[in-house]
Ligand binder design. Structure first.
Ligand code: UT7
Length: 326
């Protein structure tokens, strides 16, 4: 049975930057509050005419180039987003066309910020059972298009980005050593972004009163996140028979520095083993992990053979954790 390896990685970060001073100019906030409560200094924002499929295509092309395969060799395009260009077509089909993955099946899925790990676990099934050899997994979002820029509690958190990986069959690699996915639908209304259902109660919660914005019960999500991140990572390490000493780098979902810090304390690991991109990009949803992974490799913080732990949580509520050999 082949194992699944990350053959190539890529990310795309839009050019425009909103720093904390920008938010001071639009809502009642300040750099000190945002820095102390979140750790975020800047976020990159898509241009007016730049959408999820545009960011996704750029990250996907970079990952394919990094993998050293041709687009025709891709068997499946999996794309995760909570900000699709359209309900239909799915973003995966648009990206399939734009990168020239003419032989690939394609579909979108949504496990919010846990999507990269969810996508890896899905891809692993197709690869291990021999259905596919090369899968392009892309996570992309333009949260700036749905942020409520009248709600200081949420708008300061989000940025736009895309991260992609080519996941391939390899008979000799160790690949994914253990993984876990989970959901807790009792918290489903803690993070909401509305679609076709008429829901006046939800619209009422939005400071702007605009249906097409994201709303979040920040504190409730934060409590869930701290516990879930540490517990899920501990469980996958145990399943793999490893300890934190075996792990070169932990890459968590980048939502809030305080969440990461509390989770690290629960895990009992040092900060220098953690990859953080939060300060410069903010929370970019599912792309946080693949984008940070791309940069960790680029910066030489991970090399082939190193063991890496990734852990995410988000809307749904969902979570996922995995440990793999890069
Ligand atoms: O990726 C999806 C998952 N999402 C997350 O992980 C987000 C999880 N939650 C969080 O990161 C935090 O809950 C937030 C950063 C969103 C908020 O931090 P908090 O420490 O939970 O603050 P809070 O909501 O309890 O608000 C404390 C105070 C309130 O004022 P009062 O009622 O104490 O007077 C807020 O109105 O801070 C106020 N506040 C702000 N003040 C200045 C909220 N947002 C701001 C702001 N600037 N931007």
């Amino acid at each position: 049975m082949p194992n699944m390896v990350i053959k190539g990685l890529g990310n795309y970060i839009p050019e425009k930057v909103y720093d904390n001073a920008y938010f001071e100019s639009i809502v009642d906030t300040n750099d000190e509050w945002i820095t102390r409560r979140t750790g975020i200094k800047e976020r990159h924002i898509a241009a007016d005419n730049e959408y999820t499929t545009d960011l996704a295509t750029n990250a996907a092309k970079a990952a394919i180039a990094d993998a050293g395969i041709t687009p025709e060799e891709i068997d499946l395009v999996l794309l995760a987003t909570v900000t699709p260009d359209y309900f239909t077509p799915c973003c995966a089909c648009v990206v399939q066309d734009r990168v020239g993955a003419v032989n690939a099946a394609a579909f979108d899925f949504n496990a919010a910020c846990s999507s990269f790990i969810t996508g890896m676990v899905m891809a692993e099934q197709f690869i291990k059972n021999g259905t596919y050899k090369n899968i392009l997994l892309v996570c992309a979002d333009v949260l700036s298009k749905v942020a409520d820029y009248k709600d200081r509690a949420t708008c300061v958190l989000f940025g736009d980005a895309a991260g992609a990986a080519v996941l391939s069959a390899d008979d000799n690699a160790a690949g994914v050593l253990a993984s876990e996915l989970g959901a807790d639908g009792t918290g489903s209304m803690y993070i909401t972004s509305l679609a076709v259902k008429e829901d006046p109660e939800e619209i009422e919660k939005r400071v702007s009163g605009r249906k097409e914005t994201v709303w979040m019960a920040g504190q409730a999500v934060m409590k869930f996140a701290v516990k879930t991140m540490a517990d899920a990572t501990n469980r996958v390490l145990e399943k793999a028979g490893l300890t934190y000493d075996d792990i070169k780098l932990v890459i968590p979902h980048q939502a809030n520095y305080r969440i990461v810090d509390s989770a690290l304390n629960r895990m009992g690991i040092e900060k220098d083993k953690v990859m953080l991109t939060l300060e410069k990009y903010g929370n970019t949803s599912a792309s946080c992990i693949p984008s940070a992974l791309t940069e960790a490799v680029r910066e030489g913080r991970i090399e082939r053979g190193d063991k890496v732990a990734i852990v995410g949580f988000g809307g749904g509520l969902t979570w996922g954790a995995a440990v793999f050999e890069y």
